[in-house]
Design a protein around this ligand. Sequence first.
Ligand code: PMP
Length: 360
Amino acid sequence: MARVYNFSAGPAVLPEEVLAQAASEMLDYQGCGMSVMEMSHRSAAFKSIIEGAEQDLRDLMGIPDNYRVLFLQGGASTQFAAIPMNLMQNKAADYIVSGSWSKKAFKEAKMYGDARCVASSEDENFSYVPDVRALELSDDADYVYICQNETIYGTVYHELPDTNGKPLVADVSSCFLSEPIDVERYGLIYGGVQKNVGPAGVTIVIVRDDLVTEDVLPGTPTMLRFKTMADNDSLYNTPPCYGIYICGLVFKWLKAQGGLEGMQKRNREKAQLLYDYLDASKLFSGTARVEDRSIMNVPFVTGSDELDAKFVAEAKKAGIENIKGHRSVGGMRASIYNAMPREGVKALVEFMEKFEAENA
Ligand code: PMP
């Protein structure tokens, strides 16, 4: 078996223990005589999988009882529309645009009401998080929207905006379960799971009870109504069963790693290793503003497109995969999610040192 170090931004590396367990249960899930892929979503076995997954997620994140956990489909991008459809009772919302994903969400929301951009960092190619300490929020805004970790630009909010009592809505796709968060600071937290939690195909929405209402925008499809899914415990229709099962295994793995405190410690150490090297390097430099750096996605460049391409090609030969940066930043990007072991980051840094010595 030759596993590589996979630095993909998503779908991304999963814990090896989880993959091994899924493999061992592939043909016969716990004596059912069938795979989770083959069982009815109404079966007792699947009911126990989805209920267990929800409980483990609640334990990990400390989700209070007045929040609903929804396992949905359609990716984070479907929520760009579902969120305004469900929450824009006043037809107004304030968006902070700190990268491509919040920009896309903002654009989508404008189809449903008066979405306003109250802060942006587009002037410097989204290399920083806008100052959110003195936002001028709209009185009539139904919610304030952020993308907490911008996957492409490698920035993260270290401080949440003060929304003056308005529900804060956060896309946490690329920082889901990477460290503890205070769920009560948010009205709605959501993300596609394919970066830090599981396989593509599952979107998790954690939403406060009072935001789950029948008072949605006219024309909101039944499938996109939070209430439909909440009233049916995410089983209104056939959910992405196998994906939910894998997420459940990852939640158990996270618990065994010391929960989100344990992950935070590990993730900080891994990021530090890489940033320390980048800051000292004469060849490579990080592209995000130091104060706003993400511990999940680390974009960096050499300053030469040719050398960047050479780095990516040689890295691949050394078992370092998917290190090419997104076209909007160029260069390289190392996504170092929960399941990336410390040894993977160490191997990357050692490879960078070698490359720097050879190409200085
Ligand atoms: N938000 C963020 C922060 C992302 O990184 C991504 C995917 N890269 C998306 C949203 C879109 O996710 P999906 O492909 O699940 O629609």
